[in-house]
Design a protein around this ligand. Structure first.
Ligand code: AMP
Ligand code: MG
Length: 351
C-alpha cells in the first residue's frame, strides 16, 4: 500500500485540509495523526473491520484494547452508558487533554475495538489538528500509539514513518508532540477512580476534582502477580533494540558505575548509549551520550524520552545505561515507561 503524507501547519489550516483524511477513516482506512501525547494510529472506532486493521498494522495482540478519541463532549453519551458525575467532572476539568477514562461501553462499540471488554477507553486530545480530523472522520477515531508493537511510541511524523510507511493509508505530519508520553488512564467504572497508567495528569490533580483516587496495585508493585487492569500494561512496551539498564543511587556513585561499565562494554566491542542529564552528561564518553534535559525539567525529559530511545536504535546501540529520573510530578510516569523499556532491569547502588 502506498502511504500518503499530509503536512499541516497547526497554526494555519482549515477544515477542508482534513477532508480527505476524514474520508479515508469513513471508508474503513487508517490514518496516523498528531496528538499532544504521542502520534495515534486512527481508524473508525465504530467499525470492527477498521479496528482489526489497526491491530494488523501495529502487529499488536488483539486483546489489547484501543482508545476512542472524540472531539465533542456530548459524543461520549453515544459510546458509553452510565456516565457518573465524577466522570463528567473529570471530562470538564481535563478535556481536551491527556486523560483517558474507562467507562461501560454502549452496544454500538464493537468488541473488536475494546479487545473483548465490556468497557471502553475514551479521550479528547488537546491538539487542534487531531480535533478537526476526528470531526471530519465522523467523531469516533479509535487509536493506539502509531508505532509497531514493542517499539517506542512516536512523537514525530518521522517516527511514524519509520514504523508505518506502506502499512497505512495516510500520515498527517503536524509537528512534534508537546507532551511526549501517553495519557493518564483512569478507570471510572467503580465508585473510586483507579489509575491504570500514570501520565502527565497526576493523582493529585485528579484528587483535587473528585476526591479519593487509587492506583491499580499492579502498576506500583512491578513484581506483583496480579495482572494489570489495563491489558496493555502487561506487555513489554517501548523497548529499544539495545539492552537497557537503569542505574539508581547517589549521583557520584551512579556516574562512577556507568563510566566503569561503559569502558568494559566498549572494550568488548559493544556500542554503548547513555541517557544522562544536563548536570551529568559531560562526565561520560561513550558511543552516544544523550543529554535528555535538566534534572528538574520533567516536561523536557518526558518529551525527549522516546526520541532518545529511537536514536539509539538508529545508531545501532547495543547497550544502554540510563540514570533514573524521580521527579516530583511526572517522575512516576517517566519511570513507568523507562522501567518497561528496560524490561525491569534496575541496578540499585544504594544498598
Ligand atoms: P495506547 O493506545 O498504545 O496508548 O494503549 C492504550 C492503552 O489503554 C492500553 O494500555 C490498553 O490496555 C488501555 N485500555 C484501553 N481500553 C481499555 C479498557 N476498556 N480497560 C482497560 N484498559 C484499557
Ligand atoms: Mg502504545
Amino acid at each position: 500500500m502506498e502511504t500518503k503524507f499530509l503536512k499541516i501547519d497547526i497554526n494555519s489550516f482549515n477544515t477542508e485540509d482534513l477532508k480527505e483524511a476524514g474520508e479515508i477513516i469513513r471508508a474503513g482506512g487508517l490514518v496516523a495523526f498528531p496528538t499532544e501525547t504521542v502520534y495515534g494510529l486512527g481508524g473508525d472506532g465504530l467499525n470492527k473491520e477498521s479496528s482489526k486493521k489497526i491491530y494488523e498494522a501495529k502487529g499488536r495482540p488483539s486483546d489489547n484494547p484501543l482508545i476512542i478519541h472524540i472531539a465533542d463532549l456530548k459524543d461520549i453519551f453515544r459510546i458509553t452508558t452510565g456516565m457518573s458525575d465524577k466522570a463528567l467532572m473529570l471530562a470538564e476539568s481535563f478535556w481536551p487533554g491527556p486523560l483517558t477514562m474507562i467507562l461501560k461501553k454502549a452496544a454500538i462499540v464493537p468488541f473488536e475495538t475494546t479487545g473483548g471488554l465490556d468497557t471502553v477507553a475514551v479521550r479528547m486530545p488537546d491538539n487542534k489538528i487531531a480535533l478537526e480530523f476526528i470531526k471530519s472522520a465522523g467523531g469516533y477515531v479509535a487509536a493506539p500509539s502509531a508505532n509497531l508493537s514493542g517499539r517506542p511510541s512516536p512523537t514525530t511524523a518521522e517516527h511514524v514513518c519509520e514504523d508505518m510507511n506502506g502499512r497505512i493509508d495516510m500520515i498527517i505530519d503536524g509537528g512534534s508532540s508537546t507532551i511526549g508520553l501517553e495519557s493518564t488512564i483512569v478507570d471510572m467504572t467503580e465508585d473510586v477512580p483507579i489509575i491504570l497508567r500514570p501520565g502527565y495528569i497526576t493523582m493529585n490533580s485528579l484528587s483535587r476534582v473528585v476526591g479519593d483516587v487509587v492506583y491499580d496495585p499492579a502498576i506500583l508493585d512491578l513484581s506483583s502477580d496480579e495482572p494489570p487492569r489495563a491489558p496493555g500494561m502487561k506487555y513489554r512496551h517501548y523497548a529499544p533494540k539495545g539492552d537497557l539498564a537503569i542505574v539508581k543511587g547517589e549521583k557520584d556513585k551512579v556516574i562512577d558505575y556507568i563510566r566503569r561499565q561503559t569502558e568494559a562494554a566498549l572494550s568488548e566491542g559493544e556500542r554503548v548509549g547513555i541517557i544522562a542529564t544536563e548536570e551529568t552528561y559531560l562526565n561520560y564518553s561513550a558511543t552516544e551520550v544523550q543529554n535528555i534535559g535538566p534534572r528538574d525539567d520533567e516536561a523536557t525529559i518526558a518529551r525527549r524520552l522516546y526520541a532518545v530511545l529511537r536514536e539509539f536504535d538508529e545508531d545501532g546501540i547495543t547497550r544502554i545505561y540510563s540514570e533514573d529520573f524521580d521527579t516530583p510530578n511526572m517522575g512516576q510516569a517517566i519511570m513507568n515507561r523507562l522501567i518497561k523499556a528496560a524490561g525491569h532491569h534496575i541496578i540499585n547502588l544504594s544498598n
